[in-house]
Write a protein that binds this ligand. Structure first.
Ligand code: GAR
Length: 194
């Protein structure tokens, strides 16, 4: 858990790999006067991640790591996080599995958003699997990151209805809209629920 000290905003890093629509919503949230976070650092696992454009637009420090040599990338990254005095990490479409060692160093201070109603549909291709299984509902979950994939303590969830004519793309878009709503709320909850 993360302690909110006084009214000082918590220095936050957002990790991305792709489009960055959650990053965009988190930046918008961080710019509110009453927001508990300040986004100081954006980390990408892909040099061409579209989401990096938001770093440029908002003049936020950004770095890309390829994570091919995970222990080397994490070592360099940990140093950068220390330099930027980061106290909270928000994974937002970050497609790399962080090592146990890294997670331990930020114990209770890493959050993730996942596009399913965890504990159902951990891992990849959630929307395809939900549709193939003819689920009536799906949704999204914000949770703490622990050393097991998509299994940390749940902070907040939002359910959506899967319509009869749903396809993976339409379900993805429907759920993303909800993700943009709940991630900021879940961050506020995590930072105050002590
Ligand atoms: C989001 O749907 C997020 O929940 C998912 O990737 C998408 C990223 O979209 N994350 C995972 O699947 C993590 N396992 P974005 O780049 O537009 O925020």
């Amino acid at each position: 858990m993360v302690k909110l000290i006084g009214f000082k905003k918590v220095n936050t890093a957002v990790f991305i790999s792709g489009a960055g629509s959650n990053l965009r919503s988190l930046i918008k949230f961080s710019l509110l006067k009453k927001s508990p976070i300040k986004i100081n650092f954006i980390v990408s696992s892909k040099i061409k991640a579209k989401g990096l454009e938001y770093a440029k637009l908002h003049k936020i420090k950004k770095k890309t790591y390829n994570f091919k040599n995970i222990s080397f990338s994490e070592k360099v990254l940990l140093k950068e996080l220390e330099i930027s005095k980061i106290n909270l990490i928000c994974l937002a479409g970050f497609m790399i599995i962080l090592s146990k060692n890294f997670i331990k160093k930020f114990n209770g201070k890493i959050l993730n958003i996942h596009p399913s109603l965890l504990p159902k549909y951990k891992g990849l291709n959630t929307h395809e699997r939900v549709i193939n299984n003819r689920e009536k509902f799906s949704g999204c979950t914000v949770h703490y990151v622990n050393s097991q994939l998509d299994a940390g303590k749940i902070i907040m969830q939002k359910k959506v209805k899967v319509s009869k004519k749903e396809n993976p793309q339409s379900l993805k878009e429907k759920i993303l809209k909800q993700e943009h709503q709940i991630y900021p709320k879940a961050i506020s909850k995590a930072l105050t629920s002590l």
